[in-house]
Design a protein around this ligand. Structure first.
Ligand code: NDP
Length: 499
């Protein structure tokens, strides 16, 4: 563990933000101080908004939608704003990365890389805004012509989590804006800064007032009120399956708003004996440790073919021990701090449960003693059985559970033995084997001989209890539209009333 040398990256006083509604900054009546999870010093001061502030935002978004100041523009005009915003992200890359590090605890090199992905999201969404279109039906006979129009769904509420505050925002917001919808965003309270910085960037890029609004505060108060709000036409939620379920109840009990949900995962990584074991071990170490395992697509269940299982776990443990855990401002750091104290307790609690249930620690298994901040060693458990809690629950930390299999059928059954279906990865040089697993394991995202690869061109989302709907790509824009079927009669009507 390297010395903590945060240097000048820490602010002398917390940066104070307002909340953003109708193109203007508003002062919060009550404020909340966020402390850096790696350094324990206050870094930002964020408004704890009231439900009146939320109403103000929803009204502004509604006006902006209804008067067509955004949805009435051409796709090209919306694309121009999104491309200018992409440039704004490029200009302010270091600033955004710094506040991500300060609030989330992730390494600065990773945060900067994520912003490159966010720029790509804006550029992809800009292209999609230009390409979004309906369809035509020239097959209804000469007297009738049909078409479908794609219309923006209206005012969208967006609730984002703390693990990828800016990345998840940018995998949603530009696509929602591309569709012509207007937005009210509620970021996780502990990581609100970069969602607010985006308000500044979008304003500079020329987005009309009221199109992008941000209301900060707690999930219990503002998040819940947003899910129940009758002024919201669609809600996109990313977070825990428990809160996802409460969004479904809130929608059912209010205005039946459409829901997009990206929820938990307990994602399998299947390694066959014929895989390149060094490559697969590198992928497995990355898949569980990236972002300290606080990733909905973390591959947290290793399913490895028995004849190579022991050797593979040895190679993997050696690699996990080399991961550089430490000060997120050190450019060499690969994994930083655990973002919240609650999450830290949850992860350490699962490590204790794993030991108590009889699984064997191959490497890791403890918090790092640093004097400040919260850091956990990447941890590998072997001898895990399907009924153990570390086999079933989403831990959301750098804790990998290893299972062994003898046959292809057994590997597929183990992979599917979960209520979740977010992502999966298979490692094999045998194309028949790799493709069979890809087709039969239930997951919204799949990687063959790689892991967590891909850009904003392809859609993301889950099977089973991992969620509803898709984000990013063209599908990620279409999700925020509704289809209107239109029929046009040409020529003289054939009359119903004949006498
Ligand atoms: P939550 O689901 O509570 O938080 C996600 C977002 O929802 C945050 O913006 C939060 O606001 C908000 N929220 C909280 N309660 C409500 C509510 N009743 N109505 C509407 N919005 C609400 O996740 P946690 O932060 O509690 O993390 C718990 C677990 O969830 C993790 O251990 C992990 O397993 C999973 N998780 C999964 C994520 C994913 O990407 N799929 C992301 C984050 C967590 P606020 O934080 O301000 O309270």
């Amino acid at each position: 563990m390297p010395e903590m040398t945060p240097g000048t990256a820490l602010p002398e006083t917390p940066r104070e933000f307002g909340f953003f509604v109708d193109g203007k900054w508003h002062k919060g009546q009550e404020m909340f101080d966020r402390h850096s999870p790696a350094h324990d010093v206050p870094v930002t001061r964020i408004p704890r908004c009231t439900t009146d502030d939320l109403d103000l935002a929803v009204r502004a978004a509604r006006r902006a939608f209804d008067d067509r100041r955004w949805s009435g523009l051409s796709g090209g005009a919306r694309a121009a704003v999104l491309l200018r915003a992409a440039e704004g992200l490029r200009r302010r890359r270091d600033e955004i990365a710094r506040w991500e590090v300060l609030e989330n605890g992730k390494p600065v090199a990773q945060a900067s890389g994520e912003i490159d992905h966010c720029i790509a999201c804006f550029e992809t969404a800009a292209g999609a805004a230009r390409l979004l279109h309906g369809d035509s039906f020239n097959n209804l006979g000469d007297g009738l012509f049909g078409m479908t129009l794609r219309e923006p769904i209206g005012v969208v509420g967006l609730i984002t989590p703390w693990n990828f505050p800016f990345l998840i925002l940018c995998e949603r917001a530009p696509f929602i804006l591309a569709s012509g919808c207007t937005l009210v965003v509620k970021p996780a309270e502990v990581t609100s800064a970069t969602t607010l910085i985006l308000a500044d960037i979008l304003s500079e890029a020329g987005i009309p007032a009221g199109v992008y609004n941000v209301v900060t505060g707690t999930g219990r108060e503002i998040g819940q009120a947003l899910t129940e709000h009758v002024g919201i036409d669609m809600l996109s939620f990313t977070g825990s399956t428990a809160v996802g379920r409460s969004c479904v109840h809130a929608s059912a009990n209010s205005n039946l708003k459409k829901l997009g949900l990206e929820l938990g995962g307990k994602n399998p990584i299947i390694v066959f004996a014929d895989a390149d074991l060094e490559d697969a071990a590198d992928g497995a170490a990355f898949g569980i440790s990236f972002n300290t395992g606080q990733c909905c697509v973390s591959s947290s269940r290793l399913i490895v073919e028995r004849p190579v299982a022991e050797e593979f776990e040895r190679i993997l443990a050696r690699k996990m021990e080399k991961i550089r855990v430490g000060d997120p401002f050190d450019p060499e750091t690969q994994i930083g701090a655990i973002t919240t104290e609650t999450q830290n307790k949850t992860i350490l609690g699962y490590i204790e449960k794993g030991k108590a249930e009889g699984a064997k620690i191959v490497t890791g298994g403890a918090a790092l003693k640093t004097g400040h901040g919260r850091f956990i060693q990447p941890t590998l458990f072997s001898g895990v059985t399907p009924s153990m809690s570390i086999a079933r629950d989403e831990i959301f930390g750098p804790v990998l559970s290893s299972f062994h299999f003898d046959t292809l059928e057994e590997a597929i059954a183990l992979a599917n033995d979960t209520v979740y279906g977010l992502s999966a990865s298979v490692w094999s040089k045998n194309i028949d084997q790799a493709l069979t697993v890809t087709r039969r394991v239930q997951a919204g995202r799949f990687w063959v001989n790689t892991i967590m690869a891909g850009g904003p061109e392809t859609p993301t989302g889950g099977f089973k209890q991992s969620g509803w709907g898709r984000e990013t790509g063209l599908l990620g824009v279409e999700e925020y539209t509704q289809v209107k079927s239109v029929h046009i009669e040409t020529g003289k009507r054939s009359h119903w009333i004949t006498s």
